[in-house]
Design a protein around this ligand. Structure first.
Ligand code: NAI
Length: 333
């Protein structure tokens, strides 16, 4: 039996994400929590003829505690999204406190749950969750994940567009590593399962890389003040959550990209630090996930000089973002 919980379930991401989790036969129980509207969302979803039992909670009467009780997987899309002209870091002021409070709930009610953080800025909110869990003495780096799947989904789609065959989009695999904001998003296009055309120029490669890094801005601009990616994020978040749930249910060999604490698997985490030449605490990379959480963090593999440059450009911003999250909770490195 697996109970999945969505915190921020009434929002632009939360609702379609809850729908996709309700549609998954792997979910037995679905807990929904938000500061508004969850009873309505839960009632609506509960009429769908799939196994998951749906419950919706609001803050009064210990709603957060009730939603989290018995949780195996907690997905967090709570918080404000970007408006045109904003970076993800601009969201820190509001979202850091929201994520801290939700993490406190998880630490006390469901300390063994797998935690999947969507709320931005992911580069900083994941360290915030970790520091809260540490304060409660329940931090298990194997079970904490920053959701970077949308960057990977975008890379697959954009490569399929370049090779002019959207029918293969879901099969295109491009590792996207680093973090989840602007230049910290590093697509390793040289490792694409579907190679780029040999005529692809350096300028085109740069443009495609920039499109993956700033793909979120296309949506923010098109939505014109009404928020950021919600539907594609819900799709990506559900894809990642279902992989985690499959792993919990015993499926082996599951690999998914994620932003993780590099102590989640010491041997491979240390090897990755060597590869990037920096002792960073967090980094996103393809990760092997098993029933107990992270099994291995995959190496970056052979990089082109262009990709090595992108990684080096990502490191200073990642470092700053991580430190900002850690110091918000008053933790030390
Ligand atoms: P939204 O504003 O539509 O929904 C957010 C929901 O969070 C609202 O229903 C709100 O009531 C709820 N909320 C606020 N404070 C809460 C609290 N203390 N407890 C529980 N719920 C609370 O925003 P949207 O578009 O769903 O985005 C949510 C977050 O996801 C944003 O931070 C956004 O930047 C991020 N995001 C992350 C992506 C990623 O790739 N990781 C991609 C796109 C968005």
């Amino acid at each position: 039996m697996v109970k999945a919980v969505v915190l921020g379930a009434a929002g632009g991401i939360g609702q379609p994400l809850a729908l996709l989790l309700k549609a998954s036969p792997l979910v037995d129980q679905l807990g929904l929590y938000d500061i508004v509207n969850t009873p309505g969302v839960a009632a609506d979803l509960s009429h769908i003829a799939t196994p998951a039992k749906v419950e919706g909670y609001l803050p009064p009467d210990d709603g957060l505690k009730k939603a989290l009780t018995g949780a195996d997987v907690v997905v967090i899309p709570a918080g404000v999204p970007r408006k045109p002209g904003m970076t993800r870091d601009d969201l820190f002021k509001i979202n850091a406190g929201i994520v801290r409070d939700l993490a406190t709930g998880i630490a006390t009610v469901a300390p063994k749950a797998f935690i999947l953080v969507i709320s931005n800025p992911v580069n900083s909110t994941v360290p915030i969750v970790a520091e809260v869990l540490k304060k409660h003495g329940v931090f298990d780096p194997k079970r904490l994940f920053g959701v970077t799947t949308l960057d990977v989904v975008r890379a697959s789609t954009f490569v399929a567009e370049v090779i002019n065959d959207l029918s293969v989009a879901s099969k295109v695999v491009v590792p996207v590593v680093g973090g989840h904001s602007g230049v910290t998003i590093v697509p390793l296009l040289s490792q694409s399962s579907h190679p780029l055309p040999s005529s692809f120029s350096q300028d085109q490669l740069q443009a495609l890389t920039t499109r993956v890094q700033f793909g979120g801005d296309e949506v923010v601009k098109a939505k014109d003040g009404a928020g950021s990616a919600t539907l594609s994020m819900a799709y990506a978040g559900a894809e990642f959550a279902v992989k985690v749930i499959s792993a919990i249910k015993g499926e082996t060999g599951i690999v998914a990209p994620s932003y993780v604490h590099l102590s989640a698997d010491k041997t491979s985490g240390d090897a990755l630090k060597k590869e990037i030449g920096k002792d960073l605490e967090y980094f996103s990379a393809p990760v092997v996930i098993g029933a107990e959480g992270v099994v291995e963090i995959k190496p970056l593999g052979k990089l082109t000089d262009f990709e090595k440059g992108l990684i080096q450009a990502a490191i200073p911003e990642l470092e700053t973002n991580i430190e900002k999250g850690v110091s918000f909770i008053g933790g030390s490195k």
